[in-house]
Ligand binder design. Structure first.
Ligand code: ATP
Ligand code: MG
Length: 805
């Protein structure tokens, strides 16, 4: 049954309602944090469907993360039912992949094209620079990678860039050359990098009017969240999909089709990914392309208490050249913001853990209600160490992401090379992994052969593996010059391995089965299992986790092939690891960078490392534009909090092994004194010393108060000495990795325990648990085990130290 449209707008304020029901012209909603922008988008979609103004298939909604997309789809489904599944709700990247997979033929791309992530493309750039003989000191591949990304975001292709470069500028000339080569290599490999996904789609829509028309007829409503962070390429993509009608005659200026209804929402104060000028440019372009656009402002904040809002407003107010906003809330002042000055980052972490515990006792706050933010990923380690020790369940979003770990990248490289034989980067990555005597020299010979014969690297491998006298395309297979005969044997074995895996894949094996075969037959797993290094045991567990991910994929999508699986993997963004509502019930503190926190909200928020040099970041201290961006980042951080906000800093922080004394963040100085309850660092240090062996939580007292003064005078040496023994003596010995996997030993294959749901088991590192689900059988049996305390693990039994009790 269709939902009554009136009910849909009943719980909205007048401005929000106006935005939801608006029709007839493009709509721009600009408003501060927590004013209901995302909620308006969701309700607008539901309203369009409920009133019959639109069918689900005509809607394209763009969000910033896959997580946000899933949430939005879910909410619309809650509002109007399952027909919502025909909508496209996705990130820019996912939408482009979807379009490109359908239209690949027009571009001469194979439908199973690879997607290179940032690390892949940097690797490729390094190869290109080496081939061009560029001195890595003068022409760092990393810088080149970033510049190429910038160019692609500006939709400037290699030819256009080369034309714009001045003859006398050797850096730009080298860059132009590398850009051209890099793109050529991508093309040969049937691969696209992340920025290509957008740029190629824009090119596609511009070059093929029939394709553009197809999508323009299909999407009658285009809605974009977090508009302030779109770049030029994304802007153009929206323009191509929605059409433009500058003269307002109801027809697109170029092809006469009626333009789609475009709704964009954003907050220029939350622009945190913009390179210089991007925000202003997008808004200006929008106003130029859509002169009849309606602009709606939202002013009531529904998320935070007045104290939190006042503090956030005070910080952002100091940015020059912004339009002042009048954000208010009727939710009351709420508790004071808590400030804390710690001696060190470790002590800061202890304070946070202690406070989370105390809030649990006093207010019933669950760990899942709490988020801890930091400016850079490296700051998470000190926090993790303390949380592990105190047994507070937590989850790190981002950081060394699962998919960035070496063993995971190796395994994925195998899968990618199976799915796409021309994928040179991934093939080269695994050529000698595990070591099979095919070192740099052999790789260079194969690469030279590919170059000489104008074939892909994969073909070079096949050529080297060919029997003497074999033919290719009617001609004798050209010899791979300079390849030692021992290497030849090894290449042959490698080629057979890959061919076998491809046959398996073609015969319909699941991604999990291909993965298992790759790890087994290559000897990769055997090598890890034979190792004495405890880290290798962790790697085995991580691979088991990847197996579980693949198995789950096939369960959800039995038709999905290896290409689909790899696509899913490539598009997992940082924030996709955020626990969903269900997991939050189990309660895990979320640790994340401020960047990944965009759009989210939590009852309790800790913003850490508020020191000049940490947050704002060192780099920004001398650059006004960058400082403005840091300030927006601080505004994002503060406005995530609903009820309680904690601001902390460490008087001394150790970065890259060097203790550094850092002054208070200038952002702290901007917050009115009376909003903050400053607590002293010493009291908790005292409590800690009084209880040898660490603390099990439950310290209630934070006696006294302190001012901002009085903490600045510590010498790095003195403080370092104080926190030193704690760090290295106790905490250092049990990093989270050590505690979880240190004692894991690989088991012989024959001993896989036969388990049933409900069985009690013990794991060498996680302790006692209960089997709650089983999947697969034999060597690929996976058990889902609940170890209590919100800790549920999926373990590949063959590799996990699990014993039935
Ligand atoms: P951000 O700028 O951080 O992305 P936003 O403007 O998108 O924030 P939302 O996340 O949509 O804001 O809304 C913030 C909170 O306020 C949410 O919990 C939302 O459900 C709530 N909210 C918004 N509008 C209303 C309303 N009219 N009545 C009740 N709650 C509301
Ligand atoms: Mg939002």
């Amino acid at each position: 049954p269709r939902l009554d449209p009136a009910t849909l707008v009943a719980d909205l304020n007048p401005q929000q309602r106006e935005a939801v029901v608006h029709s007839g012209s493009p709509l721009l909603i600009v408003a501060g944090a927590g004013s209901g922008k995302t909620r308006v988008l969701t309700h607008r979609i539901a309203y369009l469907l409920a009133t019959g103004r639109s069918r689900p298939g005509e809607i394209l909604a763009i969000t910033f993360t896959n997580k946000a997309a899933a949430e939005m789809r879910e909410r619309v489904e809650d509002l109007i039912g399952p027909s919502a599944s025909r909508m496209w709700v996705s990130t820019f990247h996912s939408a482009c992949v979807r379009i490109l997979r359908r239209e690949h033929a027009a571009l001469g791309l194979r439908s199973s094209f690879s997607i290179y992530d940032a690390a892949d493309s940097q690797r490729l750039m390094t190869l290109v620079c080496r081939q061009l003989d560029l001195d890595p000191k003068r022409y760092p591949p990393k810088t080149f990678s970033r510049k190429v990304s910038d160019l692609k975001n500006e939709l400037i292709d290699p030819e256009e860039y080369a034309r714009s470069v001045s003859e006398s500028n050797s850096f730009d000339k080298a860059l132009a050359q590398a850009y051209a080569q890099y793109n050529e290599r991508l093309r040969q490999a049937h691969a696209l990098d992340f920025d290509d996904l957008i740029m190629t789609t824009v090119n596609l829509l511009q070059a093929f009017p029939a394709v553009a028309e197809h999508y323009r007829r299909r999407f009658r409503h285009v809605l974009v969240d977090e508009y302030q962070d779109t770049n030029h390429a994304q802007y153009m993509l929206v323009r191509e999909l929605a059409g433009v009608d500058r003269d307002g005659n109801g027809e697109d200026d170029r092809d006469g089709l009626p333009p789609a209804e475009l709704t964009v929402v954003g907050d220029s104060d939350q622009s945190i990914y913009a390179f210089r000028g991007a925000t202003i440019r997008n808004i200006l372009e929008f106003e130029e392309d859509y002169p009849d656009a309606r602009t709606i402002l939202l002013e009531q904040n529904y998320r935070s208490t007045q104290n939190i809002l006042t503090a956030a407003n005070a910080v952002i107010a100091r940015n020059p050249g912004r339009r002042p906003k009048n954000l208010w809330t009727d939710s009351g002042a709420g508790p004071l913001i808590v400030g804390y000055v710690a001696d060190s980052e470790h002590e800061e972490a202890r304070f946070i853990a202690e406070e989370i515990d105390r809030l649990g006792d006093d207010d019933g706050t669950r760990p899942g209600d709490v988020a801890v933010f930091y400016r850079t990923n490296a700051q998470s380690r000190a926090l993790e160490e303390v949380l592990v020790r105190t047994g507070i369940p937590y989850k790190v979003v981002g950081g060394t992401r699962f998919y960035e770990r070496k063993e995971i990248k190796d395994a994925i490289a195998y899968l990618r090379a199976v799915a796409n034989p021309d994928d040179a980067v991934n093939l080269r990555r695994i050529l000698n992994v595990p070591k099979r005597g095919l070192g740099d020299k052999a790789e260079a010979m194969l690469a030279a052969h590919a170059e000489r014969e104008r074939v892909s690297f994969g073909q070079a491998v096949a050529d080297a593996a060919a029997e003497p006298g074999a033919t290719r395309d009617g001609a004798p297979v050209p010899e791979v010059i300079g390849l030692a005969s021992r290497s030849r044997t090894q290449v042959r074995a490698f080629h057979e391995l890959m061919s076998g895996l491809r046959e398996m894949n073609d015969a319909g094996a699941t991604p999990a089965e291909v993965l298992d075969a790759a790890l087994d037959r290559s000897g990769y797993l055997a090598e890890l299992r034979a190792s004495e290094d405890p880290q290798d045991a962790t790697r085995v567990e991580n691979l088991a986790e990847l197996h579980a991910v693949a198995a789950e994929f096939s369960e959800q999508d039995p038709e999905g092939d290896l290409g689909d699986f790899l696509e899913r993997v490539a598009l997992v963004a940082d924030s996709d690891q955020i626990p969903d509502a269900h997991a939050q019930d189990q309660g895990q503190v979320t640790l994340m960078t401020v960047h990944t926190a965009k759009g989210l909200e939590f009852p309790v928020v800790f913003v850490t490392g508020l020191e000049d040099g940490t947050f704002p970041h060192q780099r920004s201290l001398t650059e006004e534009d960058e400082l403005s961006e840091e300030r927006r980042l601080a505004y994002v951080a503060l406005t995530r909090a609903r009820e309680r906000l904690y601001l902390s800093r460490a008087a001394v922080r150790t970065a890259w092994g060097m203790p550094q004394q850092l002054p208070a963040s200038r952002f702290l100085q901007d917050i009115p004194e009376e909003l903050v309850d400053w607590r002293r660092a010493e009291s908790s240090m005292e409590a800690l010393r009084a209880r040898p062996g660490g603390w099990g939580g439950g310290y209630g007292s934070h006696g006294g108060f302190g001012g901002r003064e009085g903490y600045g005078a510590r010498t790095p040496g003195g403080s370092g000495a104080r926190s030193g023994p704690v760090r290295t003596g106790k905490l250092g010995a049990t990093t989270s990795t050590g505690a979880k996997f240190g004692s894991a030993t690989p088991r012989p294959e024959a001993d896989v325990p036969g388990l049933d749901v409900g069985d009690k088991v013990t794991h060498d590192s996680y302790g006692v648990g209960t089997v709650i689900a089983l999947e697969g059988s034999g060597s690929s049996a996976v058990a889902k085990i609940d170890f209590g305390g919100g800790q549920t693990k999926r373990l590949l039994l063959r590799y996990s130290p699990v014993t039935k009790l």
